[in-house]
Design a protein around this ligand. Sequence first.
Ligand code: UD1
Length: 419
Amino acid sequence: MDKFVITGGKPLRGKVRISGAKNAALAILCASMMAGEEVVLENIPDISDVRVMIEIIKHMGARVTSNGDASVRIIAPSRAAADPPCHLVKKLRASNLLLGPLLARYGYACISLPGGCNIGVRPMDLHFKGLAGLGAQIDFNGGFAIGKTPRRLKGARIYLDFPSVGATENIMMAACLAEGQTVLENVAKEPEIVDLANFLNCLGAKVRGAGTDIIKIEGVPELGGCVRYAVIPDRIEAGTFMVAAAITRGSLVLENVIPLHVEPICAKLREVGVNVVENGDMLTVEAADASLRPVDIKTLPYPGFPTDMQSQMMAMLATVEGTSVIIENIFENRFQVADELKRMGARVKVEGRMAVVEGVPALYGTRVKATDLRAGAALVIAGLAARGDTEVYNARYIDRGYHRLEEKLRRLGAEVARP
Ligand code: UD1
């Protein structure tokens, strides 16, 4: 069945290993289509979004073998079928990240305007503007974006009106094979951008400045392969477990974490009253005896507080006495989880981009449904703390981004079933 059933009330305790980052893995799989030789990727999470992306690049002619140990071997074709299959592309918004690599390497791409989570309008104007700035010609017809580059792309100076993660990635990838220098200004600084740039450089690209506001790329005629590249740990999966520890007043040790990447989440949890201690690539999150306080949150591009953690924090704050205010600045439709949490007894008022959360003494288990990936995670977290049984429907959303969430939670003492 497409649901999680959670019997709440058990504090989480123990150690959990964080998987590779979904968003880094998806971008790096797309970039692998530009590799001239074999690529071996490690720490690739076994989640449904990654499986769909692998299917897409296979359809386009890539030879992909999974070794079953989170590593994947890819040989991109020298000539690709540049029309990724529509039914798969529609399942996965990140498939829009194929546009840049396909245009740059094969000179042609036809992408069905992609699907993904239902969290806002999510236009692609910045992607198209940037790729057009490099010389691509992009037309739209019947829900498809059709890109052509009669000659090799040409380096250019491109300013993004907003530091979009996907637009930064698409343009950065395409610029690697363009002629001459590209300067990208006002770019996204997320850790996944740095990971993608490191991977591209591993293939022989010349990308500098990833992680800052300006990225400079010297185009090269072709890229090579990469004997081994390990994707960074998933900061949102880590944050989700940290919040799960907090809401159940438990204590967890997270392994395989880059503490710098989760700092915006750690800072907010410390403000709430959770004890978070870094130790190399481990984090200890201790909330057993904590008395938690309400906080205000504003989602912002990195290094601000991540929008992908907003729903989980809302679930947790719903159990913290006092008033918390959440402002969502990235996606216009990301408070849908509030209605589901209300069904569990939460007191949340949404007004445009603002949600006001009044903490209640207890949440109660009932039937709720995930409306997107992170809303699903938030409802599971709420269920862990709720009295009685919570059934979270549309579990397929959760499987898009979490590797066997139910198993990981069970090992930490939670009562979670996937009947
Ligand atoms: C990526 C992440 C997603 C995360 C988001 C913000 C992947 C696969 N997904 O999504 O998990 O929540 O970053 O951190 O990496 N925008 C435009 N025009 C564009 C592009 C974006 O107006 O051309 C707007 C979007 O509508 C949104 C905002 O910019 O309001 C941020 O979007 P963006 O940073 O592009 O997010 P994604 O790359 O889609």
